[in-house]
Design a binder for this molecule. Structure first.
Ligand code: ATP
Ligand code: MG
Length: 250
């Protein structure tokens, strides 16, 4: 049992959380995250999804229950709005976590180059956030979250503010980043087709305080490509998720 849980990236056990004013956000949640897995959280607005990510990141303390994370794997956080430092260039924004952790300058520079190449922003390295499109800013934010080679990437509705085409491109880029870097992803979205396109599992949450209503496995194909977006099996899975959430389907 101990050996098995050591292989897990994170174990959430009987987790409940309330804010000091008594607002209950999470109720008796259990969730294991396996290495390399992509798990999405879907649920009504205000149910506690962002709070759950903050708990997993260690930014908030559970009220009861426990979250155990593999200490050998770091955490990267991508917020809904990219929160970049406007006075720093793209390269210097991506380099920031390495500077804070005291990584050697040469290693840092190599990692920044590698990440900007991976997210397709090599030519934008010297530009400032105000000179970028929304999609580009989100790419910078993803590159920055990956700079410390996290084992766990937490993403809070990262693509919600983007147009459909940019969103689709970033979804595909996220899948190839994951294939190259091997991180586990916990991804919050309101978009059911997006969850079906990206995830290995989708956890459907109730309204506040969030508890797991059901878990839908997205078993195939293991390698996602744009064809999967229009696959009839994907549409059936999306309907199953919408039903679990109490809707009539997308
Ligand atoms: N500091 C706080 N004190 C009290 N209540 C809070 C605090 N922060 C958030 N809440 C409440 O906790 C609940 C959960 O908030 P959270 O941001 O986790 O929801 P969410 O599922 O991410 O919503 P959305 O989908 O709209 O982003 C909400 O009802 C919110 O109003
Ligand atoms: Mg939220």
């Amino acid at each position: 049992m101990e050996t098995q849980s050591q292989q897990l990236v994170a174990v959430i056990e009987g987790l409940s959380h309330s804010f000091p004013d008594g607002t209950g956000t999470i109720s008796k949640m259990d969730l294991d995250l396996l290495p390399g897995e992509f798990v999405s959280l879907v649920g009504p607005s205000g149910c506690g999804k962002s709070t759950l990510l903050r708990l997993v990141a260690g930014l908030l303390e559970p009220t009861s229950g426990a979250i155990r994370r593999d200490p050998a794997r770091g955490v990267g956080f991508v917020f809904q709005s990219p929160v970049l430092l406007p006075w720093r260039t793209v390269a210097d924004n991506v380099a920031l976590p390495g500077e804070i952790s005291g990584e050697k300058r040469a290693d840092r520079r190599r990692r920044v180059e590698e990440l900007l190449e991976l997210v397709g922003l090599k030519d934008q390295a010297r530009r400032y956030p105000s000179q970028l499109s929304g999609g580009m800013r989100m790419r910078v934010s993803i590159a920055r979250a990956l700079s410390g080679r996290p084992g766990l990437l937490l993403m809070d509705e990262p693509f919600a503010a983007l147009d459909d085409l940019t969103r689709s491109r970033l979804q595909e880029d996220l899948l190839s980043l994951r294939a190259q870097e091997g991180f586990t992803t916990l991804f919050v979205t309101h978009n059911v087709p997006e969850a079906v396109y990206l995830s290995d599992r989708v956890l459907c949450l109730s309204s506040r305080p969030a508890r797991a209503l059901s878990q839908v496995r997205i078993p195939e194909p293991t390698e996602r490509d744009p064809e999967w977006r229009t696959d009839p099996r994907a549409a059936l899975l999306a309907r199953e998720i919408s039903r679990a959430l109490g809707g009539r389907g997308p």
